[in-house]
Design a protein around this ligand. Structure first.
Ligand SMILES: Nc1ncnc2c1ncn2[C@@H]1O[C@H](COP(=O)(O)OP(=O)(O)OP(=O)(O)O)[C@@H](O)[C@H]1O
Ligand SMILES: [Mg+2]
Length: 309
């Protein structure tokens, strides 16, 4: 384990150096508009972020505003080549391979991918959304993005979509049909399952038998679909760890400059049983954009266990 962290630290140093030697002109950092930034956990935003233009049809089809998404750092299909898009291309490759059984060994439930972290605010939602869109942009893949961070959902808000029913409603009423809760999007290969109607015991519901049945049902009904779960942090609730037991692959996002090594170790320990774990060093600063401290952020896939990126 300590080896892993050391390797990650070395990788971080390499990335920093790489930042100086970037062959391409550095893209201008695009700081998220203040309105689009996440409020701290537990703090209600005083002014709700202005949602990008949205059309919601009765068929529960929604229109993602690509320009608004690009403005908050989400990589959209057809966007010009960018460094962050390249990073996600690298990260998604092994995930897709494992999901589609293209690796040396078939991964059970490889199409179920949980994006998590040790503590809040490390970039789970940003990563889950970017990965889902990036994977969906390849015509061969169909993706369902599930907002399973039910206590602090943010997928709809980041995407500029109004709240609606979803996961929590399915868990409360098992007769409800998953397909009626799914939002189809203007990226044909991407659908979204929102977190649903807020509930006092939302987090506990992630560890319920109903959730186990739902995840199994998803796996059976949509075997060809890659299902990306934005999830609660592992060290905050035990339920996130229960959710992890259903997953074939876990992407653990690590805030490169903030997360304590001991927290990363504890979180990795909590997901030991998952066949594939990828560590993603997020928000690595480089000085490629100018002087020191004027870096932009990007993530980088990092292998762990028997699966190297
Ligand atoms: N690689 C990145 N590049 C640019 N901005 C990023 C990156 N990763 C995260 N962010 C920004 O950092 C903030 C926190 O990220 P995000 O909301 O994804 O974290 P989280 O782990 O989902 O947090 P929470 O635990 O509260 O759900 C967001 O404003 C997000 O847009
Ligand atoms: Mg989040």
């Amino acid at each position: 384990m300590s080896n892993l962290i050391e390797q990650a630290t070395q990788r971080l140093a390499q990335l920093r150096r790489a930042g100086v030697d970037m062959p391409e002109p550095a893209p201008k950092p695009a700081p998220a508009p203040a309105a689009a930034r996440e409020p701290a956990r537990g703090v209600e935003p005083s002014v709700p972020p202005a949602p990008p233009k949205v059309r919601t049809a009765t068929s529960r089809r929604v229109e993602l505003d690509m320009d608004a998404l690009a403005a908050v750092g989400i990589v959209t299909p057809n966007a010009p080549r960018s460094q962050i898009a390249d990073q996600y291309r690298v990260i998604k490759r092994p995930l897709i391979g494992n999901a589609m059984g293209k690796g040396a060994t078939a991964i059970e439930n490889g199409n179920l991918i949980m994006v998590t972290s040790s503590v809040p605010g490390e970039g789970k939602s940003f990563t889950a959304i970017n990965l889902a869109i990036s994977i969906a942009a390849e015509l061969d893949n169909t993706v369902m993005l599930v907002d399973a961070d039910v206590a602090r959902p943010s997928v709809l808000r980041v995407l500029g979509l109004p709240p609606g029913p979803g996961l929590l409603d399915l868990l409360q009423d098992e007769t409800a049909d998953l397909s009626t809760m799914l939002l189809k999007t203007n990226i044909d290969t991407l659908s979204i399952l929102p977190s649903g109607t807020p509930h006092d015991r939302a987090t506990e519901m992630l560890a319920s038998d109903a959730m186990t049945r739902l995840v199994e049902d998803m796996g059976k009904r949509y075997p060809d679909r890659i299902i990306v779960f934005d999830s609660p942090p592992l060290l905050l609730t035990t339920e996130a760890r229960v959710l992890a037991t259903h997953m074939g692959q876990i992407v653990m996002v690590i805030h490169a400059e903030k997360t304590l090594r001991s927290d990363v170790e504890d979180a990795l320990h909590a997901i030991e049983q998952c066949p594939v774990k990828l560590l993603l060093l997020n928000q690595v600063r480089t000085n490629a954009g100018g002087g020191y401290g004027y870096g932009y952020k990007y993530g980088y896939g990092y292998g762990y266990g028997d699966k190297a990126v």
